[in-house]
Design a protein around this ligand. Structure first.
Ligand SMILES: Nc1nc2c(ncn2[C@@H]2O[C@H](COP(=O)(O)O[C@H]3[C@@H](O)[C@H](n4cnc5c(=O)[nH]c(N)nc54)O[C@@H]3COP(=O)(O)O)[C@@H](O)[C@H]2O)c(=O)[nH]1
Length: 814
């Protein structure tokens, strides 16, 4: 942008200098003019006075003497002066004695000044007298002055002076302008032009000329300083650029880091407007980050969770007003797909480019929360059935116990254990077992009130709390009994799992609280005790806890521990009871029976410990050992020539032992290892085994018999004993239970049963063994039937191996 002429410094300096010169010139000229004017005026007046004084005597005489000629001479004498254009001498009567006049000279160039300063006619009138003191006057000398002629030279000189002063000032102005221009304006203009070309971002590229810098005057100094300034600015800009670049890189990196942080980060102002969002937040709402940075967070958020949105707004305002951070441990937000997320948000006051904002960092805790919930679920719920587990049950039981005491009410705790569930697991695998448990859990849950708690302790054990039955014990017990009966029936309802029908049964122990006890773990133990009693009493039934049960159960517990020791210390041994041909009267085989040589109690009979071996699972190990030992005995006796090739040993098999998936393999392995023919082994099963799992039992029996192993149905007549199911069971022998034998000779019913069994055996083509033959009458009765063998004290009680061996030797000898 150029500088106009009037604004140039040189112009302004010249103008001011000239103005000052003019002012001073005008002042001085005015003073000069004034002084000259004063001098000139007084000298002019003196000259007139001198003229008059020279002419006054003659003029006075001419008047006194009325001498016209003299007056004429005076007038003509005065008219010789050019500046006088009129002279008149008059007497005291006003009579003109002489006069002369000439026309005024043409106006000079300065006439206007004369007229301006001395306006009007300039006339001198002088009184004429005869005496010196002018006391007697008698005429007048009147002189008219041509003021233009008189003053013109003076004013012309004055005009000259003023004009020359003006011209001098003008010249001075021109010279000064040039000097100022050359010395100041031109260099400064060059500086301005150079500076105009300066790139503000890179001022170091331009320098003021050396000629300018080297002038040695103030401008040179300014130019030098300006060059240094450029250099400094250049360096500063470079430093600034470097720092800006670093800052920009750092910002980019920071942005990258923040965008890669999986947590939602945003800054919002007091109106909730988003000033900054990271990629995680943009992704969460499926919006562009830049677009989001112009909208209100609460507009996005409000669409979804009003309550949470308000809570966040209040929290934001608190952070902005107090300047203190705020922590929201857990609140819900919904993403663009409508999925609910739980987040934990930290709100901190944050200055974002000079604006007070809230920096919000939200961490998605959905998975953690789910995991925590899962942990709680795992901690308090059974994963298979979804029922409360032991922990939650104990917690609820504590509450119910307190409530019962407070309300003076009686509740019941039911301990449910499925019968023979282990066999289901062992035979069909855990997947089927799990489905059976789930079915039972559903049945139990669906049969009870919402206030009742159905829990699974683990395995096939369930506990049920039935609170507030009544305040009267009898009534409470009666209701508990109804519920236990109803549950037993529900559980026994057939159901379909894995392509087949199932019938479950359960034993239920019932304890009444706080009557039986007000301690939770004790009540649980009592219900458990009652459940064991129910099992002992024949399963699929319920038993209420009674105080004497506890000691019995304790006995069972200690018995179990002793049995474990018995297994490890091999305290079991075998006894053998001969089976004799009814018609032949000779030993055809023997039943193997187990005994326990207790270190303190002596020999313990099997009915005292077999059920505990069963319930504890120890029967697996003991039963396997027993079959192997039996085979080993056959091998030994055969080796010693005491045991015929067609004689057999009959071994009892318990349900849990039979249901073991490896049972058949274990038996075959025992035969193989000992080298005993399968036909020498007979397995005695009970109806309970068949009823528990008929199909599987049939398959196993078929497999055993396919190898030549004999199968006998023990205790026949005490169970279902129906022809229809007997037809399907692969059997070789029926053993008539001794309870029918005992009175067969005196009791018509027993006799009829025995005869019916014998008839059945014919139609099914089975051998028959009668056990419990104690008397001759018993023997004679069966001798008259088609019973094949008998077993009983009449011939021999069960005897130890050594004794039995002696018996065999005697037979051989005989
Ligand atoms: N799973 C297994 N069970 C076994 C085993 N050993 C025995 N048992 C079962 O224990 C119950 C009691 O048996 P036990 O005390 O040995 O009694 C047997 C005989 O001694 C008894 N018996 C035999 N003859 C007579 C008699 O004339 N009178 C009379 N009062 N009792 C007699 O009968 C029992 C044999 O019964 P059973 O097996 O049904 O043929 C019993 O249920 C055994 O099954 C074992 O190793 N495993």
């Amino acid at each position: 942008m150029g500088v106009s002429f009037k604004n140039k410094i040189s112009t302004r300096l010249a103008k001011q200098t000239v103005a000052i010169a003019f002012l001073l010139g005008a002042l001085l000229s005015s003073l000069q003019v004034y002084l000259d004017y004063q001098n000139h005026g007084s000298s002019f007046d003196q000259n007139i006075e001198q003229l008059l004084s020279v002419s006054l005597g003659s003029a006075s005489r001419s008047v006194r003497t009325l001498d016209n000629n003299l007056a004429e001479e005076v007038v003509n004498g005065l008219m010789h002066y050019e500046f006088i254009h009129e002279v008149q001498i008059v007497d005291d009567l006003g009579v003109v004695l002489a006069e002369s006049e000439r026309a005024l000279a043409p106006h000079s160039s300065t006439y206007w000044i004369t007229e301006w300063l001395e306006p009007g006619e300039k006339t001198y009138v002088h009184q004429l007298s005869v005496d010196q003191d002018q006391s007697s006057q008698f005429g007048q000398l009147i002189i008219g002055i041509d003021k233009d002629v008189a003053l013109g030279p003076f004013y012309q000189r004055l005009v000259y002076v003023v004009s020359s002063g003006f011209i001098r000032n003008m010249l001075l102005a021109l010279i000064l302008f040039y000097v100022f221009y050359a010395m100041l304006t031109a260099p400064m203009t060059r500086v301005a032009q150079v500076m105009r070309r300066v790139n503000p971002l890179a001022p170091g590229g331009i320098r003021l000329s050396k000629a300018l810098v080297n002038r040695g005057d103030e401008l040179g100094a300014i130019a030098g300083v300006t060059n240094e300034f450029f250099q400094t600015i250049e360096e500063s800009i470079k430093e600034r650029e470097a720092s800006d670049n670093k800052l920009s890189d750092s910002l980019k990196q920071t942005r990258q880091i923040i965008d890669n942080v999986p947590h939602q980060i945003c800054a919002r102002n007091k109106d909730g407007q988003l000033l900054f969002v990271n990629q995680a937040i943009a992704d969460f709402y499926n919006m562009d980050a830049k677009t989001m940075e112009s909208v209100s967070y609460f507009d996005i958020h409000d669409r979804i969770h009003k309550e949470e949105s308000q809570e966040i707004q209040i929290a934001d305002q608190q952070v902005l007003s107090t300047g203190q951070p705020y922590f929201m441990p857990d609140h819900a937000i919904t993403d663009c797909d409508g999925n609910l997320h739980y987040v934990q948000t930290s709100l901190v006051p944050f200055q974002y480019f000079g604006e007070d904002t809230v920096l919000a960092v939200s961490v998605d805790i959905t998975e953690r929360k789910a995991a925590e919930e899962k942990v709680i679920e795992l901690a308090f719920y059974d994963s298979l059935t979804g029922l409360p587990n032991r922990n939650l049950l104990i917690d609820r039981m504590n509450l119910e116990m307190k409530r019962a005491e407070r309300h003076n009410s009686i509740g019941a705790l039911l301990f449910i254990d499925l019968d023979n569930f282990k066999a289901v697991n062992d035979s069909f695998g855990h997947a089927v077992g799990d489905q059976v448990l789930q079915h039972v859990a559903t049945q139990l849950k669906g049969s009870l009130r919402a206030v009742d708690t159905v829990a699974r302790l683990g395995g096939d054990e369930f506990l049920i709390i039935i609170p507030e039955l009544s305040s009267d014990l009898l009534e409470a017990k009666s209701r508990a009994k109804d519920i236990a009966t109803m549950l037993t029936e529900k559980i026994a309802t057939p159901f379909f799992v894995k392509n087949r029908d199932w019938v479950a049964s359960a034993s239920i122990g019932v304890a009444m609280y706080p009557v039986d006890c007000n301690d939770v773990s004790e009540v649980m133990r009592f219900a458990d005790t009652a459940m064991y009693e129910a099992k002992k009493q024949g399963r699929s039934q319920h038993v209420f806890f009674e105080s004497d049960m506890a000691s019995r159960v304790e006995l069972a517990y200690s018995l179990e521990n002793e049995l474990r020791q018995a297994v490890s210390q091999q305290q079991f041994f075998l006894v053998f009871q001969p089976q004799v041909g009814v018609q032949e009267g000779v030993i055809q085989g023997a039943e193997v029976l187990i005994r326990w040589r207790h270190p303190e109690r002596g020999v313990v009979p099997p009915f005292e410990f077999i059920p505990v071996l069963e319930s504890s699972g120890l029967i697996q190990e003991v039963g396997k050992w027993l079959i192997f030992e039996s085979c080993q005995c056959i091998r030994d006796w055969q080796n010693q020539g005491l045991w015929q090739e067609d004689a057999w040993l009959s071994v009892n098999v318990s349900p849990n032992q039979f249901y073991n998936p490896s049972f058949v393999d274990d038996v075959l392995a025992a035969l193989k290892i000992t080298g005993v023919k399968p036909e020498c082994l007979e397995l005695e099963i009970t109806e309970g085994i068949v009823i528990g799992d008929t199909e599987n039992t049939i398959k196993k029996l078929q497999k055993l018999r396919s190898h030549g192993i004999r199968v006998a149905m023990d205790d026949f007549g005490t169970g279902y004993s129906s022809l229809s199911y007997l037809k399907r069971i692969p059997l070789d022998v029926l053993k008539i239970d001794q309870s029918f034998v005992r009175d067969v000779t005196v009791d018509k019913t027993d006799k009829a049963i025995v005869e019916a069994i014998l008839a059945m055996s014919i139609s099914l083509d089975l051998e028959v063994v009668a056990e419990g033959i104690e008397t001759k009458e018993h023997y004679l009765f069966f001798k008259g039937t088609r019973c094949h063998r008998y077993q009983g004290y009449l011939y021999s009680p069960p005897v130890e191996a050594s004794f039995f061996k002696e018996m065999l030797k005697e037979i051989v000898v005989a």
